[in-house]
Design a binder for this molecule. Structure first.
Ligand SMILES: Nc1ncnc2c1ncn2[C@@H]1O[C@H](COP(=O)(O)OP(=O)(O)O)[C@@H](O)[C@H]1O
Ligand SMILES: [Mg+2]
Length: 454
């Protein structure tokens, strides 16, 4: 019924029993602590949504406990439990930051009611926050720009997973914004103030990347002159974004899988393990199922990372976002007194292009056009020739055709339009009739002439 994690901090056996029974009926996951410091250790070691703290717990300082719980899980609530004789103390605890107090004697039903109420409050506040963020999200989310239905769907998933700590797999062609999505997940969640650490698994050599991720101890290999903490540990409870994960060598994939499963990392050359608390987001433009079949990607790592996957649409599948993006990039890159607009004709060229390099290519295109053009607006002549002169699109992917291919196509088209009349075709093409005869032979287009004639 709920997916809440409960911590009961008490030494009172009857209270523990009642809480355990209530928690079980409410399907909460429960842990218990017998001292205040044990409670704080448990809180810092994992996610706790609700802390039930017995006012008589040895060493209890309410403000400290509340603070620890908030830091680790911002939506957590601390509830103080007290017998009637300690009611005044319990009320003081609420003034010191506890969410509420419950005055005994306790029974299971009363605790169940409390848990139910907290579960509802939590759900409401999460829903409210999501609604608010969705309203803000119309034209984009964080640094992500786009109002298309496909992007709205992405924003919804981003906002949902932002509150969780599961691994996320972000898929999409190069330049579709995978890193921006990872950053948005990080910055819309409760851990936004902790580090976001991007690692490009494709850019580093296998040994370097192992020591980058896991760290190393002094003397682990030549050049390791001192101990170095790896990025996985350094991120703390923040987010590590493993970009181009398919480029990671298979042996390292095994090590990463083990680290995620055991929630521990072992630096190169060390026997000591340090806790891995970071949330892992991985990105790739590769087809991972294919890589698994080829044996270059571990299936078990795939399953581990693929708890939630977000597939970004290529720009050609959300062309209605192009004007928004274009204006965004003009605003971003045009200095004071610079270009502020784009001509209708130039915009329509941008809309008709297929953008194999996706948003990154569009961003570069606008930067370049701003540099070449002059105020008040970007014109067709300022656009890169790749955008202006691409004609063929082959299964959605751009293919640049050669001059010979274009010439052959033009002649064929002219022949088709003139019913195979070579003289007429030469006129259409603006070349002499002997040239047309020669080129029809050269490109083996005689069959068109003949078939049209009969
Ligand atoms: N939806 C988007 N809105 C705004 N800019 C974007 C968007 N998607 C990508 N970009 C821009 O394109 C570039 C590439 O984005 P990135 O996240 O690195 O793509 P990927 O990791 O998929 O190759 C970045 O400069 C980013 O600013
Ligand atoms: Mg990238």
């Amino acid at each position: 019924m709920t997916d809440m994690q409960l911590l009961i901090a008490s030494q009172d056996q009857s209270l523990l029993d009642a809480s355990l029974r209530a928690a079980k009926r409410m399907k909460c996951e429960v842990r218990s602590a017998a001292t205040a410091s044990a409670a704080i250790d448990l809180i810092t070691g994992g996610e706790v949504d609700i802390v039930l703290a017995d006012i008589q717990l040895p060493g209890l300082r309410v403000p400290e406990l509340v603070e620890a719980a908030r830091r680790c899980s911002p939506e957590s609530s601390t509830i103080v439990l007290a017998g009637a004789e300690n009611a005044a103390l319990a009320q003081q605890a609420v003034r010191q930051g506890a969410h509420d107090c419950l005055i005994g004697p306790f029974d299971v039903a009363e605790l169940e009611n409390l848990l139910e109420r907290l579960a509802n409050e939590r759900r409401m506040s999460q829903e409210n926050r999501m609604l608010r963020q969705q309203l803000e999200a119309r034209q984009g989310l964080g640094a992500l720009i786009g109002a298309s239905a496909k992007m709205q769907r992405i924003y919804e998933i981003v906002l949902k997973v932002a509150n969780k700590r599961h691994p996320v797999l972000v898929l999409g062609e190069s330049g579709t914004g995978k890193e921006l999505v990872a950053r948005a997940i990080h910055s819309y969640g409760p851990w936004r103030d902790l580090p976001f650490v991007p690692v490009d698994c494709g850019a580093l050599s296998p040994t370097l990347i192992e020591s980058e991720l896991f760290g190393h101890v002094r003397g682990a290999f030549t050049g390791a002159n001192q101990n170095r903490q790896g990025l996985l540990a350094a991120a703390g409870k923040g987010t590590v974004f493993l970009d181009e994960i398919a480029e990671m060598p298979v042996e390292l994939q095994s090590k990463l899988l083990r680290a995620i499963q055991e929630r521990e990392v072992r630096p190169v050359g060390s026997n000591q393990r340090t806790p891995l608390e970071a949330r892992i987001i991985a990105g790739t433009n590769q087809h991972l199922e294919g890589a698994i079949t080829r044996g270059t990607f571990r299936k078990d790592l795939f399953f581990r990372l693929n708890v939630v996957s977000i597939k970004l649409p290529p720009l050609r599948e959300r062309k209605n976002d192009i004007p928004l993006l274009v204006h965004h990039f003009i605003d971003r890159y045009s200095g004071a007194g610079g270009i502020k607009h784009i001509s209708d004709e130039a915009m329509s060229r941008l809309m008709n292009y297929d953008w194999p390099g996706n948003v990154r290519e569009l961003e570069n295109c606008i930067q370049r056009s701003l540099a070449l053009g002059s105020p008040p607006e970007i014109q067709v002549k300022d656009l890169p020739s790749s955008v202006l002169y691409s004609i063929e699109s082959d299964g959605g992917r751009q293919r640049f055709s050669t001059l010979r291919e274009r010439e052959r196509d033009a002649i064929r088209q002219a022949l088709e339009m003139t019913g195979g009349d070579r003289l007429q075709a030469a006129k259409l093409l603006g070349i002499g009739k002997t040239t047309v005869y020669r080129k029809i032979k050269e490109y083996e287009l005689d069959h068109i002439v003949n078939s049209m004639r009969t």
